[in-house]
Design a protein. Structure first.
Ligand code: PEP
Ligand code: MG
Length: 530
């Protein structure tokens, strides 16, 4: 039998996988119907029609009073004035989803201001249909590929990764890509073997391939027989550290907190909350994956509430949407393509998106210990501007008599200018270091390109020096680290020496990082006899 062809590339997520190739010839993003004036299958018009059909179906099976409510809801969905108002906003350049949400919200506000109690009560019925339509819109935005196969392609979108069924194994091989990219960190968190930077190679769909995410190798044209599928690294690891709700001690007795990073909020259901000090980073952009989701306050509220309830009173740090740049959101390409238009800048430029998320966060806050983290902050004024939105939306919820609470608001320290000026951020209540972006911007490299992999290790001393300096400017406020460097055992001595005492890592890395931390002294030196 001929030897399989071996390609040497870069391991981005450990473990071994074998299976049939799924060759992604082109990007499979099914365009979301959110561009101004979009029409065709899956458009807002379709979502409204689907909602009407579901309501009619419901109406056939309920009593007279419920039927009245449903008839009223259908009437509103068919209301030509709402359609006209939406059309007007779309013509002015607004995205269809937000134009429609604004028209519906205006109608809700009118009803809420009515003198008659009976009319005011109808506002809730409209809120219900708004959520129904938004739910229909956010359907499946990407094509899936067969479970258990090895995805081979130029790149893979985070939403495609998250929407895929990985329960039957499988893996990822990218012609380009980077071990620092967002899909790589999703893959590591889920124990999915991944190899990047292979360059273009010829391979047929359905041929057999084997990948080794530790060694960064790909074997082509292997036979199904005789190829063992070793368990992903990390799954077999045991907790060497005596972890009690993520509270550890260094070898010389200094308390340390170990929290987890959450990318897919559904994954926490299978994680024992007692193993972590809380959620140190919930990347909301991986939970809120479409423009329709960004407009869906109720869906977001449920996601945040679930995370808070899971943590049972321990801190849950939810980062506001870090979209733009290398995390584009379908339908917002024109904005996110702009250099530097990412994270808090994009949220402030698109307040309609920020306001929905702020309301969902304010409403979720009473269900636990919420901390809101602002992404890609560069200047203190950005935090002031976001705090103003929190204050205004608090006022709105108060007027609507909806339960809410103002959470603590802190910032990612992931832009070098902010790290250097940390003492000027009086308006941030806590800080979390994002070493992935710090490394990217310090090394002047693209995050998802293969160049960052090459430069990241070389840039690590610069990142550590910047963090060490920033720690002295943090004015005694709570500080943690949630970037990938926290999950690298070889970086821990320097991070401890810099004064960090709270680490947040992918669930898969938690046992190894716990073990490493208890074997070190707080100054980063190795414990005697270790
Ligand atoms: C970081 O930049 O280190 C970080 C945690 O944010 P993200 O990886 O989501 O950009
Ligand atoms: Mg970042």
């Amino acid at each position: 039998m001929a030897e399989p062809l071996k390609l040497q590339a870069t391991g981005a997520s450990p473990g071994i996988a074998s299976g049939q190739v799924y060759l992604a010839e082109r990007s499979a993003l099914v365009s979301m119907p959110v561009a101004p004036g979009a029409s065709g299958p899956g458009t807002l018009a379709d979502a409204v029609e689907t909602a009407i059909a579901a309501l009619q179906h419901l109406a056939d099976r309920v009593d007279g009073e419920s039927r009245d409510i449903i008839d009223f809801q259908i009437e509103v969905l068919r209301d030509p004035t709402i359609a006209e108002m939406t059309e007007k906003r779309v013509s002015a350049g607004e995205h269809t989803v937000f134009a429609w949400v604004a028209a519906i919200d205006a109608h809700i506000a009118e009803l809420e201001d009515a003198d008659e109690e009976e009319v005011r009560a109808r506002a809730v019925d409209i809120l219900d249909i708004k959520n129904r339509v938004l739910g229909n819109l956010s359907g499946t935005p990407v094509e899936d590929f067969p479970a258990g196969s090895i995805f081979v392609g130029k790149d893979i979108e985070p939403s495609r990764f998250l929407g895929h069924d990985w329960s039957r194994g499988g893996g990822i091989v990218l012609f380009g890509g980077s071990a620092s990219g967002h899909v790589a960190l999703l893959a590591r968190a889920k124990f999915i073997p991944m190899v990047v930077g292979c360059g273009r190679f010829d391979v047929a769909t359905d041929s057999q391939v084997r990948i080794d995410g530790d060694a960064g190798t790909v074997f082509l044209d292997t036979q199904a027989e005789g190829i063992s599928s070793a368990p992903a690294r990390g799954q077999s690891r045991t907790d060497a550290a005596a972890i009690n709700h993520g509270k550890l001690q260094t070898s010389d007795g200094v308390p340390i907190l170990l929290s987890i990073n959450v990318n897919d909020p559904w994954e926490i259901a299978s994680i024992d909350a007692a193993t972590a000090a809380g959620i140190g980073l919930l990347r909301s952009e991986f939970a809120v994956r479409s423009l329709a989701d960004t407009a869906n306050e109720d869906k977001q509220f449920q996601i945040y509430r679930r995370a808070l309830e899971w943590a049972g009173g321990k801190p849950v740090t939810i980062r506001m949407l870090d979209i733009g740049g290398d995390k584009p959101l379908a339908g917002l390409e024109d904005d996110s393509g702009a250099m530097g238009m990412r994270g808090i800048r994009l949220l402030l430029a698109r307040p309609e998106i920020a306001r929905v998320q702020v309301r969902a966060l304010l409403r979720a806050a009473p269900f636990g210990n919420l901390r809101v983290l602002l992404p890609m902050v560069t200047f203190p004024s950005e935090i002031d501007d976001m705090r103003r939105i929190f204050a205004e939306e608090t006022g709105l919820l108060l007027r609507r008599k909806i339960a809410h609470r103002l959470p603590q608001i802190g910032m990612m320290v992931e832009v070098p200018a902010a790290a250097l000026m940390l003492d000027t951020f009086d308006n941030a209540e806590f800080f979390s270091f994002g070493t992935n972006d710090l490394a990217q911007y310090l090394a002047a490299s693209a995050r998802d390109g293969s160049d960052l992999s090459a430069y990241r290790d070389k840039a690590a001393p610069a990142v550590v020096r910047l963090i060490t300096q920033a720690m002295t400017l943090a004015a005694g406020k709570p500080v943690s680290i949630c970037g990938d460097m926290a999950g690298d055992p070889s970086a821990l001595p320097a991070l401890l020496a810099a004064g960090l005492r709270h680490f947040s890592v992918a669930p898969a890395q938690r046992p190894a990082i716990g073990s490493a931390l208890v074997g070190l002294n707080a100054d980063g030196t190795r414990a005697a006899g270790d």
